[in-house]
Design a protein around this ligand. Structure first.
Ligand SMILES: Cc1ncc(COP(=O)(O)O)c(C=O)c1O
Length: 389
């Protein structure tokens, strides 16, 4: 039985998979079972920040798996402690909680915000509401679907977790009208990823932070897709010169192994007490050993190179047919097309040996942060050919 038949027979049909079975990769290139090579401009949806099989990352996880692969969170382990320190120091946060995915990180952030509010103002104040942005995406659990500001996700799984309301991104009047006494937090993506690569305006963000600070309303930044160097800074919040009370991370942090993180400031550092929150695999030593390598490798120089690569991509894209507008920042870019659909471009690229993504009607590019200029140019040449056809 082929891998594809076996998958179709035994794995629930939750993904519209392409008819390609990937077997190995190196850097920004991945190979299918026939040996065909693809430039991967998706990084497994923003996960493989160092590309495929980075030698130091692979070695770190191999070594750790031969030493201590897992313990319960009832004991201390060095890789988790070390990763926590590096992460907090590099992001200016006080403490972190480790989980396994973006949705789980956001669930943790939501719980943390509500617990802060209940501890501080009492449950009877009913200060539990969380505002999120329309077109946001925060995950697939029932609560993070509630947080996701897109009706398309609010269909088949009722009842959803109550206590969420949605505001139009970059609309300060809408925000102001909904910041009532029941709101405990506002949750934002600085650049909406799944929602279609939309950037928040600087003035909007700065005013949102001021309005929230005045009412002790927490700001949660979902940096699951934007974080860990994707936009050319370690966190996208740095572009806005703001420090959210909570930032969530996942995807790129593990470099290819599952991890989620909830970072919080000093005000929230002791809100969670033993028993309030937990997860069996959180802070897994193997994953944390790999994540340390990711952070070690994302030096200031590498982060700056992400910004240079953005310029290189833009210069090439601007000369291509079909490219109407380029949105996004760093290596998180969305291309608005003139007349072709994202689906047809994705399929044609795949045929020619290039993996790209969509974000609503746009083509989305999320190449590995370490991709070389040569690999970028070769992949872009394929895109140019597809768009010209
Ligand atoms: C901004 C954002 N938040 C949350 C998630 C959910 O992450 P995960 O799929 O790891 O649960 C995603 C995934 O695409 C995301 O882009």
């Amino acid at each position: 039985m082929s891998v594809q038949t076996q998958t179709q027979q035994y794995v629930m049909h939750t993904y519209a998979r392409k008819p390609v079975t990937l077997v190995k990769g190196q850097g920004a290139i991945v190979y299918d079972e026939s040996g065909k090579q693809y430039f991967d401009f998706s990084s497994g949806i923003g996960v493989n920040s160092l590309g495929y099989s980075d030698p130091e990352w692979s070695l770190a996880i191999a070594k750790q798996s031969q030493t201590l692969q897992h313990t319960s969170n009832l004991y201390y382990t060095q890789p988790m402690a070390q990763l926590a320190e590096i992460l907090c120091q590099r992001t200016n946060y006080a403490k972190v909680f480790f989980g396994n995915s973006g949705a789980e990180a956001n669930e943790g952030a939501i719980k943390l915000a509500r617990k802060y509010s209940f501890d501080r103002y009492g449950k009877s104040a009913q200060r539990y509401k969380i505002l999120t942005l329309k077109d946001s995406f925060h995950g697939r659990t029932v609560t993070t679907l509630s947080a996701t500001g897109q009706d398309v996700f609010h269909q088949s799984f009722d009842p959803f977790t109550p206590g969420f309301d949605y505001v139009v991104a970059n609309d300060l009047a809408d925000l102001t009208s909904k910041l009532d006494d029941q709101v405990c937090a506002v949750m934002i993506e600085f650049v909406q990823g799944e929602g279609g690569i939309h950037l928040l305006d600087k003035v909007y963000v700065q005013t949102l932070f001021e309005l929230c600070a005045a009412k002790d309303i927490l700001v949660i930044a979902d940096e699951v897709q934007t974080g860990i160097g994707r936009t050319g800074r370690l966190l996208a919040s740095e572009h806005y010169q703001v420090q959210p009370d909570i930032s969530t991370l996942a995807k790129g942090l593990g470099g290819g192994l599952p991890i989620g993180a909830v970072l919080c400031n000093e005000k929230l550092a002791d809100v969670f007490q033993p028993g309030d929150h937990a997860t069996t695999f959180g802070g897994n030593p193997v994953v944390c050993a790999g994540a340390q390598v990711v952070l070690d490798k994302l030096t200031l120089q590498v982060l700056e190179s992400v910004q240079q690569k953005e310029q290189l991509i833009r210069q090439h894209l601007e000369k291509m047919p079909e490219v109407k507008k380029i949105d996004g920042i760093g290596l998180m870019l969305g291309i608005q097309l003139e007349s072709k659909t994202a689906a047809e471009v994705i399929d044609a690229c795949l045929e020619e040996g290039l993996i790209v993504l969509s974000a609503k009607e746009k083509i989305r590019l999320l190449p590995p942060l370490t991709i070389s200029a040569e690999e970028l140019k070769q992949g872009l040449a394929i895109l140019a050919k597809v768009l010209a056809d």
